[in-house]
Write a protein that binds this ligand. Structure first.
Ligand code: ADP
Ligand code: MG
Ligand code: MG
Length: 206
């Protein structure tokens, strides 16, 4: 099955990237958090990659397992946000991976992250990378009628700007908010890992 192969390849690529960026994400989290974001993400996605290898089933079921695994392997703020939202959004993939279902997935994922984390854009969280990425993706497909690959490239650009946007912000959610104004000048770890994941999805799709 081509779609299943593609999803497996994407998960492998994301896991490899997060392992490679473990030290960098930990550095970012040590400045404004508890220095575990790199370990959390690399551990979680390594477990996901192991688990998915032995998994058939349709794309929605595979992606659901990604979410379930992240919830159980990654604690803290990011585990339930990433994992729970992926689990929820996986319901949108029942008809397989099409441009329509990918938009529905992206929107459901963003909705769930916002719902669970209750962070607005500007609170210096993953939402600051995710929101412009999802909006760009949806617009590229639904309004500009662009192919999914081009739409994904636009989402990556938007996420990149979102990550830069977090630097001057004062954190209002998560551990970084305990630092209040001392969080200013630092890049948000979760926004950064969101960008890395999107970059790998694009690289695999290309
Ligand atoms: P913890 O903060 O529990 O150690 P991680 O270090 O793995 O968890 O993840 C931290 C990241 O989680 C932050 O950089 C931020 O992007 C994200 N985050 C924290 N709280 C929220 C929230 N309420 N809404 C959205 N994202 C959040
Ligand atoms: Mg942390
Ligand atoms: Mg922690």
């Amino acid at each position: 099955d081509i779609q299943r192969e593609a999803v497996h390849a994407a998960i492998e690529a994301v896991a490899d990237r997060l392992v490679a960026e473990k030290a960098y994400l930990t550095d970012l989290d040590s400045a404004i958090g508890d220095a575990d974001h790199g370990a959390n993400m690399s551990r979680g996605f390594t477990k996901v990659a192991d688990k998915v290898e032995e998994l058939d089933g349709d794309v929605g079921e595979i992606v659901k397992t990604v979410g379930v695994t992240l919830v159980s392997e990654v604690g803290g703020a990011s585990g339930p946000l990433y994992g729970g939202s992926i689990m929820h959004a996986s319901q949108e993939l029942g008809d397989g991976l099409t441009s329509e279902t990918s938009v529905a997935f992206a929107e459901a994922y963003l909705d769930k992250v916002q719902d669970r984390g209750n962070a607005e854009v500007g609170a210096k969280t993953m939402v600051d990378a995710l929101t412009p990425a999802v909006h760009s993706y949806k617009k590229a497909i639904e309004v500009d009628d662009l192919p999914p690959l081009t739409a994904l490239a636009k989402a990556v650009d938007a996420a990149e700007r979102g990550v830069q946007f977090t630097v001057p912000l004062r954190a209002r959610k998560g551990r970084a908010s305990y630092l209040d104004w001392r969080s200013v000048g630092h890049q948000d770890p979760g926004a950064t890992s969101t960008l890395f994941i999107l970059e790998e999805l694009l690289a695999v799709a290309e």
